[in-house]
Design a binder for this molecule. Structure first.
Ligand SMILES: Cc1cc2nc3c(=O)[nH]c(=O)nc-3n(C[C@H](O)[C@H](O)[C@H](O)COP(=O)(O)OP(=O)(O)OC[C@H]3O[C@@H](n4cnc5c(N)ncnc54)[C@H](O)[C@@H]3O)c2cc1C
Length: 282
């Protein structure tokens, strides 16, 4: 039988202390991954530290440097519906609106999704493409980690024992962004998802970041595609040629899609996401 204790933290400091000092303690956000774990026999005896009562963890607003700051307990539905995100970071709004179903989006949170780092998570790829910084608080204080450094492997992150994601900051640097997803019709997760951010200089690709999820063991930047696009006039031919640079990755294979199929999806979705990002950048 499972023995689960529940504690509702009233502050970040209390949550961090509970997580750092209680054996088997786990942060509880929307619960849409964590509360499925007993059925997968992964949770065992645990203390769940609920973050839901901590003030300020679901705020969205601009920092003094013009980045958009999004609290870790912001629900996926709130990301999809936020007017600033829809205007300045459309890839994030598009990805959020395609996560699971309305029930999932109303409970699942940005922080829970990132900490979980599911290989098919939509938001991880978007934050890689948007060059996000994750702000963390733990027993040793606070620190900021770039999304590139936060995702360290399959379901592995830079989080240490007792450490929490407090918020995510995304620079607003102009240009255009887009997210394209090919979802499994039953699970609604991404068989493949591609996020792109493109800035144009004199009609040519300047800064460019492209990332894939679902098709690889964990969300990954497509640096070969980025390098192939840099400095190019973004014609359909140039974008199609650049998408070929995704072919060298190690793609996942399972009963839902072979590595070859996921490689094909990645090339197609790179073209669609980059094309729409370029249109928005113009
Ligand atoms: C039916 C279904 C369909 C789904 N479809 C999709 C989909 O299409 N795309 C997609 O991307 N996701 C999908 N999800 C996953 C869903 O988005 C996850 O529930 C969510 O990603 C986890 O967020 P949560 O708030 O529920 O976290 P929880 O389940 O509460 O926690 C998840 C993990 O993160 C840790 N954690 C939570 N918050 C923090 C924090 N602030 N700091 C540090 N650690 C923390 C917890 O301790 C736990 O280990 C789906 C889930 C379900 C059930």
């Amino acid at each position: 039988m499972l023995a689960i204790q529940y504690k509702a933290a009233q502050s970040l400091d209390e949550a961090v202390t509970l997580l750092a000092t209680t054996a088997g303690a786990r942060a509880l956000a929307g619960g849409h991954t964590l509360l499925l774990e007993p059925t997968r026999s992964q949770l065992g005896a645990a203390t769940l530290v609920d973050l839901g009562k901590i003030q300020g963890l679901n705020d969205i607003g601009f920092t003094r440097t013009g980045a958009l700051r999004i609290g870790a307990m912001t629900t996926i539905a709130a990301l999809a519906d936020n007017a600033d995100i829809q205007r300045d970071l459309p890839a994030l709004a598009e990805a959020a609106s395609q996560v699971g179903d309305p029930q999932v989006r109303n409970w699942a949170t940005l922080g829970g999704s990132l900490a979980d780092n599911d290989p098919e998570s939509d938001l991880t790829a978007v934050l890689l493409a948007l060059d996000a910084q994750l702000h963390l608080q733990g027993p040793n204080g606070t620190r900021a980690v770039a999304a590139d450094q936060f995702i360290t492997g399959p379901r592995q992150t830079a989080l240490t024992q007792g450490e929490l994601i407090t918020d995510v900051r995304i620079p607003i640097v102009g240009g255009g962004s887009a997210y394209e997803k090919f979802k499994h019709p039953a699970t609604l997760y991404a068989l493949c998802g591609v996020a792109a951010h493109v800035s144009l200089i004199d009609g040519k690709v300047g800064a460019c970041r492209v990332a894939v999820t679902g098709a690889t063991e964990y969300a990954t930047r497509l640096t070969g595609v980025e390098a192939a696009l840099a400095g190019q006039e973004p014609t359909a031919e140039a974008i199609a040629a650049a998408s070929e640079a995704a072919s060298g990755l190690a793609f996942r294979g399972d009963p839902f899609g072979s590595p070859e199929y996921r490689a094909h999806l990645t090339r197609v979705l790179v073209q669609r996401a980059v094309t729409r990002a370029v249109e928005r950048a113009r």
